[in-house]
Structure formats: C-alpha cells, structure tokens
Ligand binder design. Structure first.
Ligand code: MD3
Ligand code: FE
Length: 211
C-alpha cells in the first residue's frame, strides 16, 4: 500500500487519459523557474549527450540524468547505468523534483532515476514502452517544462487507436497500474509556445524506481 493509502495522492488529477493521470499547471511559474535552475545545475555537472539507439539511429532528443541511475542507449543496448557516458556519477535528484514525487507518485519508495530529456526544435520521441525497470508496480512520474508537446498514448501492445493531449509547462503526469505499460510518445513540440527556457525547446523530467 502506498503512503497515501489505497486512494493515491490527495490532489485529484485535472484529466485522466487511459489511466494516465494529468495534473495541469501543477507547478506555478515561479516553481517551474526554480526547478529549471536545478536542472541546469544537473546538466552543468552531467552534460547532455546524444543518445543512439541499438540499431545505430541518433535520437532527436538530448539526454542526461540525476539519481543513482541514468537511462542510456548506445550500440550495446538500452539500460540503466550508475555513471554518465563520460564517467562521472549522476548528480543527486534536485529537491524540487523529489517534492513532486512525494506529492503525486503514490509510491512508498524513492525515485532512483530522474531522466532529463531535452527537445530542441523539431525533436520528437517515437511510440515506445518503458520496460527497462525491475518493478512495473512502481509508478512513473513525468514533469514538463518549456514549450508545449503533443503527447500520444496508445495501448499495451503496439498499434491500435491512440489519444493525444498537449502537455504544457508545469504539467505533471503519473503512469501507474495498467497505464504503466502503455505505448506512448511525443509527436511534436510547438516552437516558442513557452517563455520559460531562454532558448526554444522543451525539457521533460521522468522519475522512476529502477531496481
Ligand atoms: C506513459 N518521455 O522518457 S513523458 C520517456 O515527454 C518518455 O519526454 C516522454 O516517454 C517525454 O520514456 C513522455 C510521459 C510518459 C513517461 C513514461 C510513461 C508517459 C508514459 C510510461 C508509461 C506510460
Ligand atoms: Fe517513455
């Protein structure tokens, strides 16, 4: 049972899509700025890198991570690693990000990975499942910062009908229960739709229990 009891976090989501819960504008503009400053400090210590899929394709997002583990991909495959590709430890998960997990995850465990995805103009993320973690009973929490992104949610197997929703800066998503293994992706990002970042683009933080 979660520390919230069987009912999950106390704050009700503003929207629920196929079991994916969305809290729109959960972070105020000031909270978004504070979180962004902490994420910039993470990227200063653990630089954004270019992920390459096992098949050798360069992904259009740039990645880094905080926490005990970071998710990496290269020709050797998809996996969690305790070190950045350049060899340094991943920085600790920032306090503001941990606070969002505490408030909304419904998990009794601490997050072990905060994946940082940076979407430059034109970047997208194809439909995929998150299944490199050991316990699918643990939720995934996602925080959007910067430009708006068209998020697509599908099914537990590839293909079939999908539904889409725009994710805006300050929105938080929770994937738990049956929603945890749904296919999902980001079709596009709307350039210049947010003034939060000093450059165009979007940052997505994804919090996960890995082990
Ligand atoms: C639905 N990131 O890092 S976040 C990822 O916006 C990822 O960068 C996207 O998918 C992004 O793996 C989408 C929303 C999200 C994250 C994990 C999920 C949706 C999910 C896991 C299961 C179902
Ligand atoms: Fe994902």
């Amino acid at each position: 049972m979660s520390k919230f009891g069987e009912t999950g976090p106390g704050v009700p989501p503003t929207l629920c899509l196929r079991g994916v819960e969305l809290w729109q504008s959960w972070l105020s503009p000031a909270e978004q700025q504070a979180m962004l400053a902490e994420i910039r400090a993470v990227a200063a210590r653990a630089p954004l890198f270019v992920p390459v899929t096992p098949s050798g394709k360069t992904m259009s997002v740039r990645m880094t991570a905080a926490g005990r583990f970071g998710w990496v991909t290269d020709k050797a495959g998809y996996r969690y690693e305790p070190h950045h590709p350049d060899g340094m430890d991943w920085p600790p998960i920032p306090p503001s990000v941990l606070a969002a997990w505490e408030a909304l995850s419904g998990s009794a465990r601490a997050p072990e990975c905060c994946l940082v995805n940076y979407y430059p103009p034109g970047a997208r993320m194809g439909m995929h499942q998150d299944r490199d973690e050991a316990d699918f009973g643990e939720p995934v929490l996602s925080i959007s910062l910067g430009d708006e992104a068209l998020f697509r949610i599908g099914n537990a197997t590839r293909g079939g009908k999908t539904e889409s929703v725009w994710l805006r800066s300050g929105d938080v998503l929770r994937m738990a229960g049956d929603a945890r293994l749904l296919f999902h992706g980001i079709d596009r990002v709307k350039d210049g739709s947010s003034a939060l970042l000093r450059d165009a683009g979007r940052i997505n933080l994804t919090l996960r229990v890995v082990t």
